[in-house]
Design a protein. Sequence first.
Length: 257
Amino acid sequence: MERQQQLYEGKAKRVFATSDPSLVIFEYKDDATAFNGQKHAEFSGKGELNNRLSAHFFAAVAAAGVPTHFVELRSPREQVCRRVEIVPLEVVVRNRIAGSMARRLGLAEGAPLRHPVVELCYKNDELGDPLVAPSHAAATGMATWAQIRWMERSALTVNRILTDHTAAARMELVDFKLEFGKMAAGIDRTEGSADAHPLGPDGLILADEISPDTCRLWDRATGERLDKDRFRRDLAPLLEGYREILSRLEGVVEPSR
C-alpha cells in the first residue's frame, strides 16, 4: 500500500490517501494547540506518543465491541485507518466538572457529577465549537436522529470501557471528546476492526483519535493532570505527562475473560 496525496491537515494530524481507496494514513504531528489554535507550540516526539496512545485506546474499545476506523500502526508516527466522512459534531463525555463546563456553569472544577454527561458540539473552530442541542443537530442536518442516538450510546459505552481501563492504570478519566465518521457505501469491509462489530446508521464508526490531546486524565491519588491541560495552563512539561500515561497503560494486565 502506497501513501499518496495529502487529503487534509489539521492541528494535530495530516491525512493521506493511499493506493487502497478504502484506507487512509494518519500522520501525527508534533504540534500542540489550545484555545482553537490561539496557542501553539511544537514538542519533538509528541506525534509518536499520540500515535501509540490513540492506537492503544482504539484497540481497547474495539475489543469491547465498538466499531472503529483504526486498522494498524504503520510507522512510529503513522497509522492506517478506514476512510470515512466525518460527522460535523464532537461528542463530549464528562465524568467530572472541568474545562468549558466549569466556565459555562460557574461551578468548581473537579466537582463530581451524579452521572456522566454527554454533550454535542458543532465542529467549527471559527465559531469556537459551540455547544448544540440534539434537536439543533438534527434540524440543521448535521446528523440524523438515528445517528445522534447511536453516537451518544456509543460514547457512553466508550466511557465505561476507558474509565475501567484507565482506573487500572491509576488514572481517572475526567472527560473526553470523540468524533464519528460514515464509511462510504460500497467500500470493502472484509478486514479491520470496523467489520467485527455492527456499524451504526449509514455506516457510522468511531473515528479521529483518542489521546491525551482529546482526554483529561488525572492521577487518581494526587489529581495531577497528565493530559494537554499541562500545555493549556502552563502547569508542567507536556511530554512527561504523555509518557507517564503510555507507561502506565502499557503496564496494565487485562484480566482473563
